[in-house]
Design a protein around this ligand. Structure first.
Ligand SMILES: NC(=O)C1=CN([C@@H]2O[C@H](COP(=O)(O)OP(=O)(O)OC[C@H]3O[C@@H](n4cnc5c(N)ncnc54)[C@H](O)[C@@H]3O)[C@@H](O)[C@H]2O)[C@@H](O)CC1
Ligand SMILES: [K+]
Length: 480
């Protein structure tokens, strides 16, 4: 699993490492890695390195120092380097001296525009992990003039390092070069960061346990259930799907189909869309009611069941079965409006909730806000459940504090019925006995990958998503 650390933890680790490292050594390592990446962007975008023009946007902190030192390294490779100093009196002195010694130029922000307009690459050293809030007006004005590819130092300035919030003027980078460890911004603001490159500066041993995680293909491949020689249809876990209605059978077909595609075990369906489900997926054992569905190892409940008395009874029955439950869509609304249905649940039985922002508001009485990690954690604690908070970057929080952030593959999942597919994936993994946090996080990753594969650069549908699940799993197993 890829670890991610909050800036407070990073700074504490940096302090420990700085105390045992020669002066300036960490910044030198960071700047060298940065210069290598700027050269690569020049080579790709401007067809070469020597003779190309780099402009550094330099703020008052060490982030600007990194940019200046990188500028000195770039000079050695024949790059024409101009530093635009946003706050000349507070510029990192050693970095500026190094740049000047190497033959680089420094100008004030008044002269910035003429250099920015001719740049082949712009290096964003405005602010790093110590800053909060959007770009100040002068930096925002200069950043707004940039047309060349941008390499962000540590993070795109103006984006919040710990929440990824980009709710004011900010830099949007082609590539972000970060040092020592990934910070939350890199997982939570992928569009602003562009490609993220991690430069090792020797920080890892000082860091301790991560604050957040991102599953890598190998993590998913390691836990995704595949049948072994001793398996039969029951031994791999049977998932029950309580979804859809006679009028709206779509949710039932999508959630059930997703479960069929995800794992090799058995899928049972219970509800008013049994005929439609059976016709679309003949391998499913379908009945009209949850009370005669037969034994399952996990339940998916909610999409399209309605929020009235019948839906409430279905949910209450399922929560009382002592098997893991993924409660989605209408089930979330029922829980929000009549939390006493949760009394039917044995507290030791895993529950996964999968709210989008609107359902989150119903559950918690407030919008998730900019700190989506904190929002998911709070809901997980309140409901003693794994909470999968949907969004461009899905956040999965467990009641024990573990948080995973999903890496999106485009925005193809913004399509009707996409959530039903995700629920089916979560349910089939719960039935296979996965840890519920891992099940939700792995399902979210496979879901977004399936979306990208189904779309292939043109919009897809939820049905396309269901069809692409095997391809997503094949790809994950291939790259793991
Ligand atoms: N500490 C270390 O060991 C290392 C730090 N490194 C670099 O140092 C950076 C952190 O440096 P600093 O702690 O000096 O902080 P920053 O470079 O993030 O700059 C903070 C400064 O920016 C100003 N500022 C705050 N908010 C602002 C805003 N919204 N707009 C404009 N200016 C604002 C403040 O005056 C503050 O002095 C990292 O991001 C990384 O780039 C790297 O060199 C690796 C090693
Ligand atoms: K920056």
């Amino acid at each position: 699993m890829q670890g991610i650390w909050t800036t407070a933890r990073i700074r504490a680790a940096e302090d420990r490492l700085l105390a045992v490292t020669p002066d300036g050594e960490l910044m030198r390592r960071a700047a060298f890695g940065l210069a290598t990446q700027v050269s690569a962007v020049l080579a790709e975008g401007a067809g070469g390195v020597s003779g190309r023009r780099a402009v550094l946007l330099v703020g008052s902190g060490n982030n600007g120092g990194d940019a200046l030192w990188a500028g000195a390294f770039l000079r050695r490779r024949g790059v024409a380097v101009t530093a635009v100093l946003l706050d000349p009196a507070k510029t990192h002195a050693a970095g500026l001296a190094a740049l000047r010694r190497s033959g680089g130029r420094a100008v004030s922000s008044v002269d910035g525009p003429q250099w920015i307009s001719r740049a082949d690459v712009v290096v964003d050293g405005i602010v790093g992990i110590s800053a909060r809030g959007p770009l100040r007006p002068e930096a925002a004005r200069l950043a707004g003039l940039v047309e060349a590819p941008v390499v962000a130092v540590d993070l795109p300035s103006g984006v919040d390092p710990d929440t990824g919030a980009a709710d004011g003027p900010h830099v949007t980078a082609t590539r972000t070069v970060t040092f020592g460890a990934l910070k939350p911004v890199h997982a939570l603001a992928p569009q602003e960061c562009g490609e993220v490159v991690l430069v090792d500066i020797g920080l890892r041993p000082s860091l301790g346990e991560p604050d957040l995680y991102r599953l890598e293909p190998a993590d998913i491949a390691a836990v995704w259930p595949v049948p072994g020689p001793g398996d039969d249809k029951y031994s791999q876990g049977v998932v029950g799907i309580a979804a859809g209605s006679a009028t709206y059978p779509g949710a039932a077909v999508l959630a059930s189909g997703s479960a069929v595609q995800a794992t090799a075990g058995m899928v049972r369906y219970a509800g008013h869309a049994a005929d439609v489900v059976r016709a679309r997926w003949p391998e499913i054992v379908a009945t009209g009611s949850v009370t005669d569905a037969g034994r399952v190892q996990a339940w998916v409940v909610g999409p399209g069941i309605g929020t009235g008395a019948e839906g409430r009874e279905v949910l209450r029955h399922i929560l009382g079965q002592d098997v893991p439950v993924c409660a989605d869509a209408d089930a979330t609304t029922i829980i929000a409006h009549t939390p006493e249905v949760l009394d039917a649940r044995d507290p030791d039985t895993p529950l996964v909730l999968t709210p989008h922002a609107g359902e989150y508001e119903r559950l918690m009485g407030r919008r998730p806000g900019v700190d989506r990690v904190a929002a998911a954690r709070e809901a997980a604690a309140k409901y003693d459940a794994v909470v999968l908070l949907k969004g461009h970057c899905t956040v999965v929080a467990a009641p024990d504090g573990r948080v995973a952030v999903n890496q999106p593959h485009g925005s193809w999942l913004a399509t009707a019925g996409s959530g039903d597919v995700l629920t089916g994936l979560v349910g089939s993994l719960l039935a296979a006995g996965l840890d519920p946090w891992l099940a939700a996080a792995a399902a979210a990753q496979v879901h977004s990958l399936a979306g990208a594969l189904a779309a292939e650069d043109v919009p897809t549908s939820a049905s396309g998503l269901v069809a692409a699940i095997p391809a997503a799993l094949r790809l994950i197993r291939a790259v793991a």
